[in-house]
Design a protein around this ligand. Structure first.
Ligand SMILES: [Zn+2]
Length: 501
């Protein structure tokens, strides 16, 4: 596992970067595309309504999903596509882990997970569909009539998910059941057409649009639930089951973590409810405080978090931290460390992703630097605001810079730049060294070039302008360029190796 490997080389403080996950690209191609073709209809949200039952004996979820989808583009859709990520866990050939991670991901040995599509209908008529792609993670649905521009259609998908015994994003361990990337989620259609990338082992290989969700799940009553959604109703039945009805607006995914052992602490900041879920109460106060401070700091620097609540959830998760809308998973092992720093670092990092990934989205496969480098740098901003610039400088020098330099000592950076697709990285070490560390060095260089005042104004404008949308590197460039008299083109070309016209 990366954790141990990095411990040996860099020590724990320097290793936490590698815990946080994240992803790929056409680095020599100009990224001039933008999402403006959708602007006319940007207020329309696709809607997911899912009713599901979780059974903890078979570790499976039976679900029925109604998706209301509108064609917001100018072309007819003959087919629509969904990602069905649980299939990546079906067999050893495709599982999204590197060789040395296997033993940590599967403490009890390999155990499969999958999603079975049972039926797909439109207005009670069965539709033709095909499960396809690497690891069978793509679902193509063919409606009886093509979906015309502006047309809204409704599809019903019945499915069953078997959770694997893996302590990763989706799966379960001894303490928590991680129900993430679990339902058929619409692929994004943009200037590149349908984005059907598989579930890569490196980074966070996801790309989705914000949508509205109504999710209902029945679970055995002794579980406590942490979720993306706001719980609107909770109903217990005679058979010791509880049904939770949850809703969420303008989020790009929907996650739930279940545990019988959660200890929950809640507090408010700027009108937002922050929940800290810990196991056996370990570092529960510390985690809650870091979460509250992170939200307050990012609200102040970037602009206000637009949702009602946020949950920070100690999870069986071997990689450290992972972001979902309104919910971040934090590896339980971080709560057990004597030092607080790694836990604080990872919580602040994953919460920063609420702004960069959750609210301002991007294609995390082709342009992972956009959310990841900015999130890593935002983590430094958290330390700067909370403890002063000398602490930020120390972390910057001893962790960010040191990791990149350590990487250079092991392996020569081929000089392709930070803007690369997940596909272009050899391994996670290269990925994290370039995208996180070199990425944060780039953002620091951008800040020095622009000066603090312009840099912070650009960040706020970027956040305001692109809330709930998906951005590209050019959108980022244009906002920052607009906020300074300096010519930023050479800096972007040097660090990102992007051609800017
Ligand atoms: Zn991250």
């Amino acid at each position: 596992m990366r954790f141990n490997r990095r411990l040996k080389t860099l020590g724990i403080v320097f290793s936490v970067l590698l815990f946080t996950m994240c992803l790929q690209v056409f680095f020599q191609q100009p990224y001039i595309e933008n999402v403006s073709s959708r602007k006319a209809d940007e207020d329309y949200l696709n809607h997911y309504k899912i009713e599901t039952v979780f059974d903890d004996e078979s570790m499976s979820l039976k679900g029925s999903q109604t998706i209301t989808f509108k064609n917001k583009l100018n072309d007819d859709f003959e087919n629509i596509y969904f990602h069905i990520y649980p299939n990546i866990f079906k067999n050893k050939k495709h599982i999204p882990f590197e060789e040395e991670e296997m033993q940590y991901a599967y403490p009890n040995g390999f155990n499969p997970g999958w999603i079975e599509i049972i039926d797909i209908k439109e207005k009670n008529q069965r539709l033709y569909y095909k499960v396809m792609g690497d690891g069978e993670t793509v679902l193509r649905v063919t409606p009886q009539m093509p979906i015309k521009p502006g047309e809204e259609r409704e599809f019903l998908i019945e499915f069953e998910v078997k959770l694997p015994n893996v302590v990763a994003r989706m799966g379960y361990g001894d303490n928590t059941i991680n129900i993430t990337n679990w339902f058929p989620i619409l692929a994004v259609y943009d200037q590149q057409g349908w984005n059907l990338d598989p579930y890569y082992a490196i980074g966070d290989p996801f790309y989705s649009e914000v949508a509205s969700y109504d999710i209902s799940i029945e679970v055995p009553s002794d579980y406590i639930i942490a979720t993306t959604g706001n719980i609107v109703k909770q109903q217990s039945s005679k058979k010791n089951k509880t049904r939770y009805k949850m809703s969420a607006e303008k989020v790009r995914n929907f996650a739930m973590i279940l545990s019988k052992k959660f200890d929950v602490k809640t507090a408010n900041v700027d009108g937002i409810t922050v929940n800290s879920y810990t196991l056996e109460g370990q570092k529960s106060e510390e985690a809650l405080q870091v979460a509250l401070d992170s939200v307050a700091i990012f609200n102040k620097i970037f602009g206000k978090y637009p949702y009602q609540q946020l949950s920070v959830v100690a999870s069986d998760f071997f990689l450290g931290g992972m972001e979902y809308p309104n919910l971040v998973m934090i590896g339980n092992q971080l709560y057990r460390l004597e030092e607080d720093f790694p836990l604080e670092y990872v919580i602040a990092h994953e919460i920063a992703h609420q702004w960069w990934y959750g609210i301002v989205g991007n294609n995390e496969v082709t342009e992972p630097w956009l959310d990841e480098a900015l999130t890593e740098y935002s983590t430094l901003l958290y330390f700067e605001e909370k403890y002063g610039s000398h602490i930020k400088e120390q972390i910057f020098e001893k962790m960010i810079k040191a990791q990149y330099e350590n990487f250079l000592a092991l392996k020569t950076d081929k000089g392709e730049g930070i803007l690369r697709s997940l596909k272009d990285f050899d391994d996670s070490l290269e990925y994290s060294s370039i995208v996180y560390s070199r990425g944060a060095l780039f953002v620091e260089a951008l800040r020095s070039e622009m000066g603090d005042k312009n840099f912070y104004r650009a960040l706020r404008e970027y956040y305001q302008r692109y809330q709930f949308q998906n951005v590209t590197t050019m959108d980022f460039y244009n906002i920052f360029e607009k906020n300074t008299d300096k010519k930023l083109k050479p800096l972007f070309q040097e660090w990102l190796k992007v051609n800017i016209e």
